[in-house]
Every structure is written in C-alpha cells, then in structure tokens.
Design a protein around this ligand. Structure first.
Ligand code: URP
Ligand code: ZN
Ligand code: ZN
Ligand code: ZN
Length: 468
C-alpha cells in the first residue's frame, strides 16, 4: 500500500484550520498530526508532497450537475468524461448527477441509462439523484428500492409543464413516500403553470430576446413555489431541499421555515452570486449564454444570498452545471427565448469563485469548505467518506495555492463548451494538485488522471437534515 505524506500545509476543513501533516495509506487518510510534531516526525512515506504555503482541502463535492442531459431538443455538452475532468481541474472530486425517469418509464430504466453513460468514463467519483418525472403507484414503490441501493434523493419539478412537471398531488405523494423511506426530496421551486402563461404573453407581444426569460420567471413565482413546497413537506412530514435558489423572496421563505425549526434546506449556485439579470440583457443574442432556471436575478438579490450563506438559511453551494454551446445549442432560441436550452457551465469554477468570496471577506475559509464540501457530503449521505479530511475518509485532497491569480476564460477552461460565463474574471487562488482516493489526478497543474478512475458511489440516507 502506497504511503503518501502531505507536509507543511494549512489543513482547512469545515471544523478546523490546522498546520498539519496528512498521512495517506492507499486510498484513505490514515492520520493527521501537527506539523513538526513528534508523531509527524516519525512518519515514513513512499511519496512526500510539500504543501508549504498551500491550503490542504477536502476535494469539493458538487451535488448538482447534469452531464449529457437531454433537454430542450438537445443535450448538455459535457460528457461524464469531459465534465468530471473539468470538475477535477477545479478541485471537485465528487459529483452527484441526476438520472432521469422518462414519462411513462420506470425509475430503474432511467437509472440504468445513466449508469450506462457514466460507468467507466468518470475521472472522479460520482453518485446519482433520481429525477421523478412521472409519479405513479409504480414509481412511488420503486423509490424504496432506490433508497436501499444508494440513490437516496429525488428531484421534483414545480416548473416545466409537459416535461418534468409534477402537480401538488404528485409532489405530496412523493414526499409522503420519502418521509417513510428516508429519501430527501429536492425541489425545483418555480410556479411553471403561471410562468408558461407569461411566456406565451411575452412572445405574443414580440418580446423574444433572452432577457425576457428572466422577466417572465418572476421572483414572486419562485417564492410562491418555495412556500408551497415547504407547506407540502410539512404536511407530509418530510425534509425538503430546495435547489438553485436565486430570489431574495425565496430565501425569506426558507428563513421563515427554518425559524419554525423545519427540516428545510436551501442550495444556491455561483451564477446567482456572481452574475445577474444584466448579463441576460447583454446586447445581441449574447444574453442566451446566461439563460438558466431559476433565472439570474437583478444584482440586488445577491446580498440576501450571501447573508443566507452565512446564517445557514442556504446550506450548500453546488453548480447546476448544465452547459450548452452558444453555437448550435443556445442558438436554438434565436427569435424565441423559450427555446434557448436552460443551463450554465460552471463545474470547474465553484471552488475558485467561493475562494474569491473568502478573499473578499464574504465568508470564512471554514464556511467555504462547509458549503462546498462538508455540507453537501452530509446532506447526500457521503460523509465522512467525502467532504472532510479525517482518519478513515477517502484521500480526496486538493492542494490549493491561495496567492496565485488566474483569469477565467473559455480559452483555458476544461469544460466542453465554447464560452465561459465568467470570461475575463480575475480570481485569487488556484488548484495546484488533486488526489482522488490517494491517486493524483492533477499534479502541479499537470493532468495525470484518467477516464474510468472514478467510481460509482452508492449513498447512505443524508444525516444533515436530522443533525442541526
Ligand atoms: O437551467 C437549468 N437549471 N438547467 C438544468 C435543469 C434544472 O432545472 O436544474
Ligand atoms: Zn432545476
Ligand atoms: Zn410564505
Ligand atoms: Zn439542475
């Protein structure tokens, strides 16, 4: 068994910051000891990595990605191979992607199809949530089997009528089932029925540009759906996780629910923290690059999101990575914003953008790791194997140079998409070396990983909802 010693860095976890040496045996962390201490001095290793001046971080856990997702008449442009490689370049060593039940199909068939896309192709470890598009007696019964085999979370949509949409009765039934089997319901909270009326009216009035995507998907309709999802979850006695929260009014609904002590959790994404409706309104058809749902909001919403990330009213930052090329994909919606495939690329930049927030004093270093690593790992049943650096945890470790600077750009990124929504943005901090289960996948900014190294992760029921 290979013994690797990472020496001299600042180990940052959600709980601690300590100057410590980390000993890895094979694929796991074996021990930590204060740098230069008696214990550390006695350790021998086959490989010694000098981390002086670097942060030693747990690999990022991105609990919301869509590789090769069929959507809007096309499919997201990253495969499991290219998308997981890009994730690793950005210091993320675990993704949880979404398998999709097709309407009329079984959960099993959807899950099998996603295994077939991912198996043998991922550079880092991966798990699956299940999207429920067709809540029936049969699919409800299948939920129990999925939870038992490690697919312990289920996404439902209050948006996209005719595609993924479930009505309140179906949502309530799925929540009741989850209350019984320990699964976690993840909600896309937007009132899609009302939004579709506004879409139709906007198009009829000739308002076809990308920016109208943001105008019809109103903050109030996100807040209303969030409120309704909370009440349905209360009635069902189930915990609730609201994905991609973007509106200040929706945050207020989560805060109110949490004030009541409810098992309600929220996730936001870097695009809502760093981009805004101004990007959607970029001239020409440029705004199409910024079309995602929930939509980018006016910049005034961002303060509420940052505050909620500090108070834990938002507990997780994931990317909702769902890239579509500008040429040939976003293009499908020229002259009709409702035909622009929804989704933004971002799996590569989450750790860096959140580090930028640390540099700017918005969150602490430990909160960075909590939001990007530990909380998603706990929420989705991967902790303490993932999300921390502790004896026994997987040696998914990032050496991060907090002083390096970089400029984000499509010219240098690794995602399979022809543009960057963060083009030209300056970031302080950069990933230098990445280990996945003890194996270097990036060594001093050189790719050493391989497709197929990543393993499927059956997940336990999340512990976060029951441990405030
Ligand atoms: O625009 C988005 N978010 N696309 C991905 C699908 C979803 O709703 O998460
Ligand atoms: Zn969604
Ligand atoms: Zn309310
Ligand atoms: Zn998504």
């Amino acid at each position: 068994m290979t013994r690797t010693l990472i020496r001299g860095g600042l180990v940052v976890t959600a709980a601690d910051e300590i100057h410590a040496d980390v000993l890895i045996e094979g694929s796991r962390v074996a021990a930590l000891a204060a740098s230069g201490s008696h214990a550390a001095a006695g350790w021998t290793a086959d490989r010694v990595v000098d981390a002086t001046g670097r942060y030693v971080l747990p690999g990022g856990v991105d609990a919301h990605t869509h590789m090769e997702m069929p959507f809007g008449g096309t499919r997201s442009s990253d495969t499991f191979e290219t998308g997981t490689r890009a994730a690793a370049w950005g210091g993320t060593t675990t993704i949880v992607d979404f398998a999709i039940q097709s309407v009329g199909g079984s959960l099993r068939a959807g899950l099998d199809a996603w295994h077939a896309k991912a198996d043998g192709r991922c550079a880092i470890d991966y798990g699956f949530h299940m999207i429920l598009s067709d809540v029936t007696e049969a699919s409800l019964a299948e939920m129990d089997a999925l939870v038992a085999e490690g697919v312990t979370s289920f996404k439902l949509f209050m948006a996209y009528p005719g595609v993924f949409y479930s009505d309140d009765g179906k949502i309530l039934r799925a929540m009741q089932r989850a209350a019984g089997n320990g699964g976690l319901i993840m909600m896309h909270a937007e009132n899609g029925i009302a939004i579709d009326v506004l879409v139709e009216q906007a198009l009829a009035a000739g308002r076809t540009d990308p920016r109208y995507h943001g105008e019809v998907r109103k903050a109030l309709l996100e807040a209303e759906a969030t409120h309704r999802a909370v009440q349905l979850a209360r009635v069902a006695g189930a915990p609730l996780y609201v994905v991609h929260v973007s509106a200040a009014e929706a945050v207020a609904e989560l805060s109110a629910a949490r004030q009541l002590g409810l098992d309600v959790y929220g996730e936001t994404c870097p695009q809502y923290l760093f981009l805004s409706a101004d990007d959607l309104a970029r001239p020409g058809f440029e705004g199409a690059k910024y079309v995602c749902s929930t939509p980018l909001r006016p910049a005034e919403h961002q303060e509420a999101l940052w505050r909620a990330l500090r108070t834990d009213d938002l507990s997780v930052v994931s990317t909702d990575h769902c890239p579509f090329c500008f040429t040939g994909q976003k293009d499908l919606g020229r002259g009709d914003f409702s035909k622009i495939p929804n989704g933004l690329p971002g799996v590569e930049h989450r750790m860096d953008l959140l580090h930028q927030a640390v540099v700017e004093g918005r969150i602490s270093r430990r909160r960075w790791i909590e939001l990007a690593c530990a909380a998603p790992a706990r929420m989705f049943g991967l902790h303490p194997r993932k999300g921390t650096i502790a004896p026994g945890s997987d040696a998914d470790i990032v050496l991060y140079d907090p002083a390096a600077t970089q400029t984000l750009s499509a010219a240098g990124h690794h995602m399979n998409v022809d543009h960057s929504v963060y083009e030209g943005r300056r970031i302080t901090g950069r990933v230098e070396t990445v280990l996945s289960r003890g194996v270097p996948v990036i060594e001093e900014r050189r790719w050493t990983g391989r497709a197929g190294h990543g393993r499927y992760l059956p997940r336990a029921v999340g512990t976060y909802p029951r441990q405030p």
